[in-house]
Design a protein around this ligand. Structure first.
Ligand SMILES: CC(C)(COP(=O)(O)OP(=O)(O)OC[C@H]1O[C@@H](n2cnc3c(N)ncnc32)[C@H](O)[C@@H]1OP(=O)(O)O)[C@@H](O)C(=O)NCCC(=O)NCCS
Length: 173
């Protein structure tokens, strides 16, 4: 059997920054949730691209909370990294922070686990390299990813049963 070479977490790391502009804000001057979701998807997809070195599609986003508003003129900072690679799918953690350079603060505002599937030119899932983990935090996220995957696939199976005529998802590793 040929063993696939692993890639480190650092190889997939992404950091993205943007200034919040009025066009991306609600009438209160806070960034729109949809804009944050868009940036989460972009940062997460780049991490998945870096790990898989090919096309990816977003298949699932775990629950997403917006804990603090980010205001016009502040900076939105996103950090993404692959936390575990399965067979064709990858779990990516994206953390969102606000940075206020006038008040000199950085504060986390959201975090999300997004699952991407590597696909070929025809959109068919294709295998990805395993993830090699080094630090204690990387190992913890890697270990816990199995339970998160079990829960999201179980939830997806329930939802698909209800809304998509029972297309079932395989639950397991
Ligand atoms: C993602 C997609 C390619 C999966 O195709 P599929 O034929 O259902 O493939 P499979 O059932 O073999 O699943 C492929 C992988 O996705 C994972 N997956 C499927 N549904 C999932 C879900 N809801 N959450 C997490 N992972 C999921 C499977 O567990 C499998 O992972 P693994 O190979 O690492 O074990 C297909 O559903 C698709 O193209 N979806 C639309 C993606 C898209 O366009 N996204 C942009 C927004 S619309």
């Amino acid at each position: 059997m040929i063993k696939r070479k692993g890639r480190s977490v650092d190889e997939s790391r992404v950091e993205m920054v943007e200034v919040v502009l009025p066009n991306d804000a609600n009438p209160l001057g806070n960034i729109l949730g949809g804009k944050v979701m868009h940036l989460i998807d972009i940062a997460g997809a780049i991490a998945a691209h870096r790990h898989s070195r090919g096309h990816v599609v977003t298949v699932s986003v775990d629950n997403l909370d917006f804990v603090h508003p980010i205001r016009v003129g502040q900076i939105i900072l996103l950090q993404a990294r692959v936390t575990r690679a399965f067979h064709t799918s990858m779990e990516v953690e994206v953390r969102v922070y606000l940075e206020d350079y006038v008040k000199d603060v950085r504060q986390q505002t959201s975090s999300a686990f997004v699952t991407y599937v590597a696909v070929d030119e025809s959109g068919r899932p294709r295998p990805v390299p395993p993830l090699t983990v080094r630090t204690a935090e990387e190992k913890r996220l890697y270990r816990e990813a199995l339970e998160r995957r079990r829960r999201r696939l179980a939830l997806a199976a329930q939802m698909h049963q209800r809304y998509f005529e029972g297309k079932r998802r395989q639950v397991g590793t």
